[in-house]
Design a protein around this ligand. Structure first.
Ligand code: C2E
Ligand code: MG
Ligand code: MG
Ligand code: MG
Length: 291
């Protein structure tokens, strides 16, 4: 190794770090402006009841319509928002917008849906979530039973007593609670009996290789059985094939989400999916997403 290389390498990394810090700051500034300029939008992915094949819910997923870069997925800006504290404002906006949209669909005469909203760990810890949810439901007029909050295992495991408090207040309001990406976090099963939970969402990493991976099939089946024995509904994420759907139905999974039914779509497209379903039901009632 030539003399001086060490320093060169050091300088190289130092430059990189400044660069990424600068990019981060730039992103944060742009994201702050995006909130003010209404550049965030929600797309909705159908949640389908396996027994009937009908859309009974929707997960709201945020996207950033950047005038320069086009549609930016949440994986590119939610983590930054989470570290800068901007997640509080974004989370409040997402909650209000999803509730407003849900109420608007209800007022249009569409059937009542479960609207699932993602809550980031930081949002769960720092905001007075239950009060915020209550206020938003009052302001938008969405019935509490139609709202479901998606939390991650990690968010619940930190400061357990406070988490339990928040969940109990949400339960009292009538709002549902789902565990997102179930199986990828701490996976301490003790909290399943300690916390009042309504839904387990099996992470899509356990669904992707069904029916080729027997271990994944065992895990998915075990989660469904365990959920049911605890009185908790189970939803499978990331269902892409009819084989996966057939397996999940065989195991009595309650609901699924995935590209097989639809990708997350803008609100008008989602409403069109619902209307098409009503029209089909009026005609002969075939099961639209059956295997
Ligand atoms: P998530 O909550 O687990 O959302 C499911 C993600 O899986 C979505 O990605 C969705 O598009 C994707 N997905 C759904 N079905 C399939 C499938 O069949 N195959 C595959 N390969 N993927 C599928 P998206 O919209 O990019 O969101 C990524 C993550 O960003 C979300 O994961 C969630 O953790 C976070 N996120 C999205 N919106 C929000 C939000 O409003 N607030 C917060 N805090 N986080 C959000
Ligand atoms: Mg989610
Ligand atoms: Mg998930
Ligand atoms: Mg996920």
């Amino acid at each position: 190794r030539a003399k001086g290389d060490g320093r060169g390498v050091y300088r190289y990394y130092a430059d990189e770090m400044t660069q990424s810090a600068r990019e981060r700051l730039h992103l944060e500034t742009r994201l702050r402006r995006a909130l003010v300029d209404d550049q965030l939008v929600l797309h909705y992915q159908p949640q389908v009841e396996l027994q009937t094949g009908r859309i009974v819910g929707a997960e709201a997923l945020v996207r950033w319509m950047d005038p320069e870069h086009g549609l930016i997925p949440p994986g590119r800006f939610i983590p930054v928002a989470e570290t800068t504290g901007l997640i509080g404002d974004i989370g409040a906006w997402v909650l209000a917008e999803a509730c407003r949209q849900g109420k608007a669909w209800l007022d249009e005469g569409l059937p009542p849906l479960t609207l699932a909203v993602n809550v980031s760990p930081r949002q769960f810890r720092h905001a007075d979530l239950a009060a915020q949810v209550m206020q938003t439901l009052i302001e938008t007029g969405l019935p509490a039973e139609q709202l479901e909050l998606e939390l991650t295992e990690g968010a619940l495991m930190e400061r357990e007593q406070e988490a339990l408090d928040v969940l109990q207040r949400l339960r009292a309001i009538g709002v549902g609670v789902a565990i997102d990406d179930f199986g990828t976090g701490y996976s301490s099963l003790a909290y399943l009996k300690r916390f009042p939970l309504d839904v387990l969402k099996i992470d899509r990493s356990f669904i992707a290789d069904i029916p080729n991976d027997p271990d994944d099939m065992e895990i998915a089946a075990a989660v469904i059985a365990m959920g049911h024995s605890l009185g908790i509904r189970v939803l499978a994420e990331g269902v892409e094939t009819v084989d996966q759907l057939a397996f999940l139905r065989f195991k009595h999974c309650d609901r699924y989400q995935g590209f097989l039914c639809s990708r997350p779509v803008p609100p008008d497209e989602f409403a069109a999916l619902l209307r098409a379903q009503i029209t089909r039901a009026d005609n002969e009632d075939p099961q639209p997403f059956d295997a």
